[in-house]
Design a protein around this ligand. Sequence first.
Ligand code: CA
Length: 524
Amino acid sequence: MQMKKLTLFHLLIALAVYFDAGLAVHVAQAQQKNVSKWPRGVTYEIFVQAFADSNGDGIGDIKGMTSKLDYLKNLGVEGIWLMPMNPSPSYHKYDITDYYGIHPDYGTMDDFKNFIKEAHKRNIKVVMDFVINHSSNQHPWFKDAAQNPNSPYRDYYVWTHKDDPQTQREGKPTGADSGNTQHWHKVKGSDYLYYGYFYDGMPDLNYDSPKLREEMFKAGRFWLTEVGVDGFRLDAARHIFPDERPHDNHQWWIYFREEMMKAKKDVYLVGEVWAPAEIVAPYMKGLPALFNFDMGFAITKVVNEEKAGDLVTNHKKIRDFYQTVNPDYVDAIFLTNHDQNRIMSAVNGNADKAKMAAALLLTLPGSPYLYYGEEIGMTGKKPDEFIREPFLWDVKATDKSRTSWVKPRYTTEETVKPLAVQMKDKNSIYNHYKTFLNLRNTSKALTYGDLQPVNLDNEKVSVFIRSQDNESLLVLHNLSNSNISLTLPDNLKGYEKVYFKNKEAKVKKQALELPAYSTLILKK
Ligand SMILES: [Ca+2]
């Protein structure tokens, strides 16, 4: 019995190997199971306001998001990063007025607890934006502190007198995250100014104050233990202390992590340090996961120029460097996030290039983050509202979940096909994403494996090897709009079996033919 089953199974696999139709071929798909384990799996970033509406008021909410958990599970997502949901006077909610609440537009605390329960049921982790560098200037702490120099909250913020020379000094726009140079802001009727790195609506909290530090630890513990989130995405992580105190910033995150681990031993922390690798690296001692901004830019450049360039060698170099700082670090890779023009717009609306960007992201090492809407090719350019437009679930007449919080400039029925339409089209961006998520999630080599750059003397092809345990894959991406013939050198002779292809690539021993904008993965 057992023997017969095995034989039939092998026959099916053999058939799959030689299956040569246009659809993506993932060899031996029948035996594939998920091998990735979050945080090494894929995390999906949601701007709640724009994602899914449940009550018809046009604003995305928690119940709407909950109703889409099966969609995310099916896409292959293992974690969700939620942009801030606390009460806040702004639409983006990065300036908080209550560190313990949920914005009423989004629902209630019970709604959120239910969301977490439903996510966990599907084996999806929940990471929440925790904005602790600054509060809103409408936070009761700040209102009291600004009015009254003897306020118990005065010390929660950073003050200076108008005659102090530092108030006259312009700051430096030190990162890509703020062009603001005036960091000291006036309070009406007072001789004192307060420090606000981003703008006057976001007064920086004073982390030299032990009372403030304990206050934020308390809030962190609340979300971890009483609400049940799995971790935090930490906004503006390099601005906790002013720019001239980087060492204090590094130390702060070690301290913060230790405190959070007392509440939840395996708490996940991913930090935003929008800067080059050498500035990012020292943060790894406290923040085990950090966003890799360099890589998103590099992928965009490669797909736009259709030249492999030094993407792969640079990615390896940065990873090797980070490894020396923290061998267990999580490299949070992504194409774009809520602060950048959407990838589809960054490649000028070229769907082949957007697909190639996703293929590169999802075959290179790291822990990939997807920004909501990337998987349906949403377009969007700054200002920020227009990179955070409503997700298109279905054609307008039948789309009950679509939000209308902003009138979209870029992602409209005319420019982007809604999800429901794309699901039925095997060549859609959505199905491309789904294929590559599945490909990555079911491969140890693609999820955990080493990276070895390969040079085949053709700048139009990005080639690298990913290996883990006894699985070794040779990944080839034809970045160009023309077919390419290649001959594998003798040192790559072993890679003869087709593991995956998404177009009609041909393999005859060492001779390869790669269709335009295609991916071929060979197995040793
Ligand atoms: Ca709503």
